[in-house]
Ligand binder design. Structure first.
Ligand SMILES: NC(=O)c1ccc[n+]([C@@H]2O[C@H](COP(=O)([O-])OP(=O)(O)OC[C@H]3O[C@@H](n4cnc5c(N)ncnc54)[C@H](O)[C@@H]3O)[C@@H](O)[C@H]2O)c1
Length: 262
């Protein structure tokens, strides 16, 4: 499939984990990709990898917490590739946090700034270009199941929840102008953020109805779908990519396979 032939994508947080897998998937399907990250060495390594596979790729340094840095990164990408069709907002993080009563205002501000306002900055900078995209623009934002239900880490989870409302509002506002906005809410995904918690990862794997935690490629496949013309009539959607954990809920483990009637 080359659903992105002739299209240009910008992936924030493209240097590692879910962002890296997404950059690889979009490039594999024909996109020119701007790999945008705070970690420029990682972004460069991904861009080199994509170029080695024959894709057009560019590494751009950016801190999504800084408006000038975001504006500059988008401008640099558009200057190089001449257009922008897809924005994927992956940069974010910070699940590890103190107990609720120990979270101060500065901590809240930092988590909201990175995970919510950072996405706002990227959308604001990219939108004029997405509105000009000949076949329409698409924004896919990485939220979290944390934004959908109670799993703790309140500042991070509240920011992720805010992304959902941002997504549906912008979807409604810009649908008639040809830009779609969708959000993916991943469950536990095996990236470096879990490296220091192998035991938690093992424990969590057992809770997922589909029998494992997610891989970055599971999320990348969903991003590629929502960003592509295959999803041309889909906007304002919050899509869990979560191995069935939200569907099952806390009582899900009680639901076993049906008895065979044979
Ligand atoms: N891994 C999971 O279990 C999981 C689950 C649900 C949601 N998510 C979300 O998925 C996204 C990616 O997470 P991941 O697990 O791949 O993490 P990761 O740490 O592997 O990747 C995050 C990337 O974002 C970049 N980044 C961080 N701060 C930045 C900044 N200020 N400006 C620009 N780039 C910045 C990092 O350098 C890194 O390349 C995050 O938004 C995270 O909240 C992850």
């Amino acid at each position: 499939m080359r659903r992105f032939a002739g299209r240009v994508a910008l992936v924030t947080g493209g240097g590692h984990g879910i962002g890296r897998a997404t950059a690889r998937r979009l490039a594999l399907e024909g996109a020119a990709v701007a790999v945008v990250d705070l970690d420029i060495a990682a972004a460069q390594a991904v861009a080199d990898e994509l170029a080695g596979d024959g894709a057009a790729a560019l590494a751009v340094h950016c801190d999504v917490r800084d408006r000038a840095s975001v504006d500059q990164a988008v401008a640099e990408s558009v200057k190089r590739f001449g257009r922008l069709d897809v924005l994927v907002n992956t940069a974010g993080g910070g699940r590890e946090q103190p107990a609720f009563l120990d979270t101060g205002d500065e901590f809240w501000a930092a988590l909201i700034d990175l995970n919510l306002t950072g996405v706002v900055r990227c959308i604001r900078a990219a939108l004029p270009h997405l509105l000009a995209a000949p076949e329409g623009g698409s924004v896919v934002t990485i939220g979290s199941v944390n934004g959908m239900t109670a799993v703790g880490s309140e500042p991070y989870s509240a920011a992720k929840s805010g992304l959902q409302n941002l997504t549906v509002n912008l979807a409604a506002r810009y649908a008639r102008e040809g830009v779609r906005f969708n959000l993916i809410a991943p469950g536990t995904v095996r990236t470096r953020v879990w490296d220091r918690h192998p035991e938690s990862l093992r424990r969590l794997s057992k809770l997922y109805p589909l029998g494992r935690v997610g891989e970055p490629e599971d999320v990348a496949a969903a991003v590629a779908f929502l960003a592509s013309d295959d999803a041309a009539w889909i906007t304002g959607v919050i899509l869990p990519v979560d191995g069935g954990i939200l569907a099952a809920g806390p009582l899900g483990s009680l639901v076993g396979p049906e008895e065979s009637s044979a």
